[in-house]
Design a protein around this ligand. Structure first.
Ligand code: 9MR
Ligand code: 9MR
Length: 647
């Protein structure tokens, strides 16, 4: 035996023991898109891709492995984008077949686009799901929400035993609550997906009950939630924070969860969210249902006035309520967001001033989430350069590129080729991933620079399997799928596989549910491995509408861009100033006096039931209601209800 052959045979023996492991998108790669996989324990060996006949279509030497901080394993990144023939291929390292089949097609992201949008149909409240659309996941009607009570936190007199009707909407997540703040970002994200990719989505069929009508299915689905949101606006323009039971239901089907439902809270967070979304909806639905669009525009303007007049109505979770709080979102950006969306449809100058405050927050760019809408207004402004002034457009773009460039930079020497960092792995980390993708898609739309599109594809690949757990986080798609999400219908329906098309929350270093699970699955784990595919794990394995929406946006935009060969044209006038709305805060001048008294009474009543915050109280001076703020040194200052200092 020569020395060389001894070396070769011992190398082969070593390979047999330390087989290379492949981490890859398990669903599909686009024919003309970026194609990457990550390989651990393979450096120095030869990797080949073979087609069904065994013909080698790609071969490379596996490069040195690199770390990726959120993973315990180092990996070598392989790029096989040069393979542009649709088909199914097997991966070999040396002679050994590894990983999962590589599927390449022009429509690789279409099934996941449809699936992640169909999820919203499965989440519909107040309706039965017919077998024709839901297949084995057909179910009875739950939560009619036609006699909803007012919780005292709404400011309504609970002794009157009034009820109101607010049916439809999507269940928020694995629970059956409906929350305005979270509906806001979700609905905006889906509306943008449509608005920016009309050619693709005008004809995409989701097989839902409205599929036969003339409205694009994605808009039919969104309408289900908008109808509910509309019903959450109180007569005075303020919007209730949420509609839930007082406590979470057990793990039962919707029709078995029969506890009384309440409107809970009424505050600026929900009201700004509502106002922004309704303004965008007014624009998008105008060609399909002008009456509805008109009512969206009016509801938006009315909500905005309420929010201006009640800036201190901050949602506080009542003591007797245990459902999700969605408390603490930033309201200054909700205000800018609303003014931006309303400016787009009215052209009213009074709305522009607040946009200027964006300048000061440029370096505070924060990824969008249910609690921060700053990037949402940035998306709207940056993609409408014909409507907004250059200074505002430049600021919005700066915000987007500030974040997008940071994500792209994180790809340097990154073994998995995934632009996520350790700090991303908290409750709902897959939505952080998908929302980063949404920023990157905007950077691509605005620059046409492929590095942003490629980084977005890397994030889609991550969620679909290129992660250290070799798991597809989208139920129903991929080889190793999530099987036990914290999702009440999936747990209670007696069907083994969960409802398809749901993005699981994902790894969470915090393991906030460790006590419910009886195990701390994050202990001694790398960030991207702190995940538990168990129904107990609401902090790593729940599903949620605001997690599915950015994923649908991400894969839907990527698919649409490759299918149509173009991106959203930001230079086309996206909309005209078509609405004339009453935008001035304060009661209409002609009836000023009567309304003031009425408002005063309403406000005072609210206050007694719902104190503002420590050191603040509302006082009546003459016929005016003022906010009195006492600081810790005892100084007292007075403000009017629009936040302006009086003395
Ligand atoms: O099922 C609830 C889930 O939808 C929420 O996101 C989560 C956090 O608020 O709470 C879940 O409910 C759990 C409760 O908080 C604690 N006891 C166990 C409940 C079900 O797992
Ligand atoms: O997504 C929310 C996450 O950011 C919070 O940390 C967490 C705890 O407040 O709540 C998450 O939202 C849950 C909501 O409160 C109730 N429905 C299920 C949501 C997803 O877990």
């Amino acid at each position: 035996m020569t020395l060389k052959s001894i070396l070769i045979s011992s190398l082969c023996a070593a390979n047999a023991i330390f087989a290379a492991t492949v981490f890859q998108n398990q669903v599909g790669f686009l024919t003309n898109g970026l194609k990457q996989i990550a390989v651990a324990e393979g450096a120095g060996q030869t990797l080949t891709l073979k087609d069904g006949e065994g013909t080698v279509v790609f071969t490379t030497e596996i490069p040195e492995a690199m770390p990726w901080v959120p993973s315990s394993k180092d990996a070598s990144l392989i790029d096989f984008s040069e393979v542009t023939t649709a088909g199914t291929y097997d991966i070999f390292v040396g002679e050994e077949k590894v990983g999962h089949p590589i599927i390449i097609s022009d429509n690789a992201f279409e099934s996941v686009t449809k699936g992640s949008l169909k999820f919203f149909y499965f989440q519909r409240a107040s309706t039965a799901l017919d077998e024709k659309y839901a297949g084995v996941y057909a179910r009875a009607k739950g939560h009619p929400d036609t006699s909803v009570k007012y919780h005292e936190s709404t400011g309504h007199d609970i002794y009157l035993n009034e009820t109101f009707s607010a049916p439809k909407g999507w269940y928020d997540a694995g629970d059956y609550g409906k929350y305005i703040v979270n509906s806001g970002i979700t609905t905006y994200t889906l509306l943008q997906l449509y608005q920016q990719n009309k050619d693709y989505f005008d004809t995409l069929n989701l097989n839902i009950p409205e599929s036969a009508d003339k409205v694009p299915d994605i808009l039919n689905e969104i309408r289900w939630n908008l109808d509910w949101m509309m019903a959450m606006q109180d007569k005075d323009g303020g919007v209730f924070h949420k509609l839930t039971t007082k406590q979470f239901a057990g793990m039962v089907m919707p029709e078995k969860a029969k506890s009384q439902r309440y409107a809970i809270g009424k505050g600026v967070e929900a009201t700004w969210n509502f106002a922004a979304v309704m303004a965008l909806a007014a624009d998008i639905y105008a060609p399909f249902d002008s009456k509805f669009a008109d009512s969206c525009a009016k509801a938006s303007a009315k909500a905005r006035i309420w929010a201006y007049e009640n800036p201190y109505e901050i949602y506080k979770q009542p003591k007797d309520v245990g459902t999700g709080s969605y408390a603490g979102s930033n309201t200054w950006s909700g205000k800018i967001w609303t003014n931006a969306e309303l400016f787009r449809i009215t052209g009213e100058k009074v709305l522009v001033d607040s946009l200027r405050t964006l300048k000061y927050s440029r370096t505070r760019a924060t990824l969008q989430s249910w609690s921060s809408s700053l990037m949402l207004e940035a998306f709207t402004i940056a993609t409408n350069p014909k409507i907004f002034e250059k200074a505002d457009v430049d600021t919005a773009k700066a915000l987007i590129f500030y974040l997008a460039d940071e994500y792209v930079a994180s790809l340097d020497n990154n073994g998995f080729g995934v632009p996520l960092v350790k700090g991303d792995f908290n409750w709902g980390s897959n939505s952080v991933a998908a929302n980063k993708g949404m920023v990157l898609i905007h950077a691509y739309i605005l620059s046409q620079d492929e590095k942003y599109l490629n980084a977005a594809i890397a994030i889609a690949d991550y969620i679909l399997g290129r992660n250290p757990l070799d798991i597809s986080y989208l139920t129903g798609y991929g080889v190793n799928q999530v099987m036990h999400p914290h999702h009440r219908p999936s747990q209670a329906d007696g069907i083994e596989a969960p409802v398809p098309g749901m993005v699981a929350g994902g790894p969470n270093r915090g393991a906030d549910d460790a006590s419910s699970c009886g195990v701390n699955y994050a202990k001694d784990k790398a960030a991207a491995e702190a995940y538990y595919d168990n129904v107990c794990s609401y902090a790593s394995n729940e599903v949620a509408i605001n997690w599915n929406a950015p994923f649908a946006y991400l894969v839907g935009s990527i698919q649409a861009i490759y299918a149509t060969g173009k991106t959203y044209d930001t230079t086309s006038t996206a909309s005209k100033a078509t609405y004339q709305l009453d935008l001035m805060p304060g009661p209409p001048k002609s009836k000023a006096k009567a309304d003031t008294t009425e408002n005063t009474e309403a406000i005072v009543k609210d206050v007694q039931l719902n104190p503002v915050q420590a050191g603040h109280r509302l006082v009546i001076k003459g016929n005016r209601v003022l906010l009195e703020k006492t600081s810790t040194d005892g100084t007292v200052k007075f403000f009017n209800l629009r936040g302006k200092k009086i003395r």
